[in-house]
Design a protein around this ligand. Structure first.
Ligand SMILES: [Zn+2]
Ligand SMILES: [Zn+2]
Ligand SMILES: [Zn+2]
Length: 255
């Protein structure tokens, strides 16, 4: 399957508005980070999305993606959901509903944030994104024939989902993960996990904590995402242990 990192930045993105730091002033394209999201194309041809970031429109255009079959949400924070309205262009063109999967809290919160998508009149004229919400529990589910395994993590006090598809797993905004959930990550080829910054943070793993998770899980490759402007690509990437790399926007790999 094919994976594209659509965005590797934390909630503010990088550069941060008004900031003149080394990373925000960097001319390295790898230091330009849109908000966190990933696109997955399975061998069966399913086009899957993890989160619809605030930058969803730009991400679709940049990567020339014009169709999505389903989206999985990690949680309801605005950096992860606010691009959802732009699914409208896809649901209009292909005249279809898109399935959205998330835990109950996320679905409840999204139904409040996007209350207008349930307006029958607007649905009739297809002037809202046509979406179907599915509440998922912490157990394996299928989209067509593809098995998706949620991986429950803590994001501060909030229970959120990462996702495993075959030997690929994607976890973001995690600050703690139980031994039981870590077991679901055995035998991975690629793990994408959040590593916010160098200093500790109450609701996200920092660099050292993310390195610790990677060393326990032992995937063949690990990519760090949801990065702040503390992380200057060139400098930090070259300091990481073998097998661990910083993700960057539009990074594409096959598994
Ligand atoms: Zn976030
Ligand atoms: Zn900065
Ligand atoms: Zn968050």
């Amino acid at each position: 399957m094919k994976v594209i990192i659509l965005g590797s930045g934390t909630s503010q993105g990088v550069p941060v508005i008004g900031c003149k730091c080394e990373t925000c002033s960097s001319s390295n394209p790898k230091d330009k980070r849109l908000r966190t999201s990933a696109y997955i194309e399975t061998n069966e041809g399913l086009k899957l999305l993890i989160d619809t970031s605030i930058d969803f429109r730009q991400q679709m255009l940049k990567n020339k993606i014009d169709n999505i079959d389903a989206a999985f949400y990690t949680h309801h924070h605005v950096d992860h959901i606010n691009g959802m309205d732009d699914l409208r262009q896809i649901t209009q063109r292909y005249d279809k509903f898109i399935d959205l999967y998330a835990n109950k809290t996320t679905v409840d919160e999204m139904k409040i944030s996007f209350r207008y998508v349930f307006d029958k009149e607007l649905i009739k004229y297809k002037s809202v994104p046509l979406v179907k919400f599915h509440v998922i529990k912490n157990r394996m589910f299928k989209v067509k024939d593809v098995e998706i395994m949620p991986v429950e993590c803590m994001h501060g006090n909030l229970k959120i989902f990462g996702y495993r598809i075959n030997n690929f797993a994607y976890i973001t905004d995690c600050s703690a993960i139980s031994d039981k959930e870590l077991k679901k990550l055995e035998g991975l080829k690629v793990l994408v996990i959040n590593a916010l910054r160098i200093r500790p943070h109450p609701t996200h793993f920092n660099l050292q904590e993310a390195i610790g998770i990677s060393k326990r899980v032992k995937p063949k490759r690990t990519f760090f995402t949801h990065l702040t402007h503390d992380i200057l690509h060139e400098k930090i990437n070259s300091s990481l242990p073998k097998g661990i790399e910083l993700a960057y926007d539009n990074l594409e790999f096959r598994i």
